[in-house]
Design a protein around this ligand. Structure first.
Ligand SMILES: CC(C)(COP(=O)(O)OP(=O)(O)OC[C@H]1O[C@@H](n2cnc3c(N)ncnc32)[C@H](O)[C@@H]1OP(=O)(O)O)[C@@H](O)C(=O)NCCC(=O)NCCS
Length: 295
């Protein structure tokens, strides 16, 4: 069984400069720019207290006693503190990011009475960051189009997230009841549980989800379905949705519409699975079993 790593934040000192520069350099991806720090300049700034003011505060992320990354919050004196986080590759995907966000909220909302919101942005393809925000109770508030200049010179969109002081006071950053989060996940139809004749090719169909709060969207395709789209809301463990799909069947191309109920549950290995009951608008019905695909 995976153990949750022990995560804590501590103040940065000038002695941290060498590994900060290294983590920054090695964690630069297409989805997260590096800061391009100069080690000496950074060490001098840390000595002068530049990274420990009412406006800007930097943290070392310590995981099981080892420096594992950094986080900082800037612009706090405006009331909106903007967060930046970098975690070394070997510590990612273990819940560290989520815990860091919760600890940043606990610390800064308690210490800075003028701080109203903690905000952050994630590249539209940065699923780990989006999932960490959601798990720590942040809400998606905006989509900034063409706001992120990528290394290839093209612009990408970013999602904007925020946790407000009221959210923090309500304990939203530590609540485990944000429900299921399908955002960024891919599911594959593993089994056709009923009505194999109506959908012989449903096996292997791939669904890609987006989610914002309780609203979920998925695009899907596979077999005779050349393109499909569903949109719905998640209440508890059930997604209730409408769908429209292009079906390339014996009678040529048909556009089929319908609705469904998908029950979501988590398996022991942590993956999500979905039991999906669908009915099309002509009355045909079926049941499929979808399993989360991990890369
Ligand atoms: C983004 C980052 C801070 C997140 O921290 P983390 O410790 O990896 O995050 P967590 O483990 O708390 O959460 C990540 C979630 O994404 C999931 N995930 C990771 N890769 C995924 C993928 N390719 N597809 C779907 N889900 C993925 C993880 O399973 C986990 O989800 P879950 O536990 O809710 O199921 C960290 O990965 C990082 O430093 N990345 C590089 C720099 C960066 O992108 N910084 C943010 C710039 S705004």
């Amino acid at each position: 069984m995976d153990r949750r790593p022990e995560v804590h934040l501590r103040m940065l000192t000038s002695e941290d400069a060498p590994w900060l520069v290294e983590v920054d350099r090695t964690s630069t991806t297409n989805l997260a720019r590096g800061r391009g720090w100069d080690e000496e300049k950074l060490a001098a700034e840390l000595d002068e207290g530049v990274w420990a003011s009412d406006d800007l505060w930097g943290w070392a992320i310590v995981v099981d006693g080892e420096p594992a990354g950094y986080a900082y919050v800037e612009g706090m004196s405006s009331g909106d503190g903007t967060m930046h986080i970098r975690i070394s590759a070997r510590y990612r995907g273990k819940g560290v990011g989520r815990e860091v966000l919760s600890q940043l909220a606990d610390h800064h909302f308690a210490e800075q009475t003028g701080l109203q919101r903690l905000v952050g942005r994630a590249h539209e393809n940065n699923v780990p960051m989006q999932r960490a925000f959601n798990a720590a109770g942040f809400r998606m508030e905006a989509r900034y189009r063409d706001s992120y200049l990528q290394p290839d010179g093209r612009y990408a969109a970013e999602w904007g997230y925020a946790l407000t002081r009221a959210d923090w006071e309500a304990g939203r950053h530590r609540a485990d009841d944000h429900g299921y989060d399908l955002h960024g996940l891919t599911f594959v139809v593993e089994e056709v549980l009923a009505d194999e004749e109506a959908h012989p090719a449903a096996h292997g169909m791939v669904f890609k989800f987006l989610q914002e709060g309780r609203r979920a969207l998925a695009r899907y395709a596979g077999g005779d379905i050349t393109e499909g789209e569903l949109a719905g809301i998640i209440v508890g463990d059930v997604l209730v949705y409408r769908y429209v799909q292009d079906f390339d069947g014996p009678r040529g191309l048909e556009v089929i519409t319908g609705s469904g109920r998908a029950r979501i549950q988590r398996r022991q290995d942590g993956r999500l699975e979905v039991v999906n009951d669908w009915t099309d608008d002509t009355g045909r019905a079926g049941k499929t079993f979808l399993l989360e695909r991990r890369e």
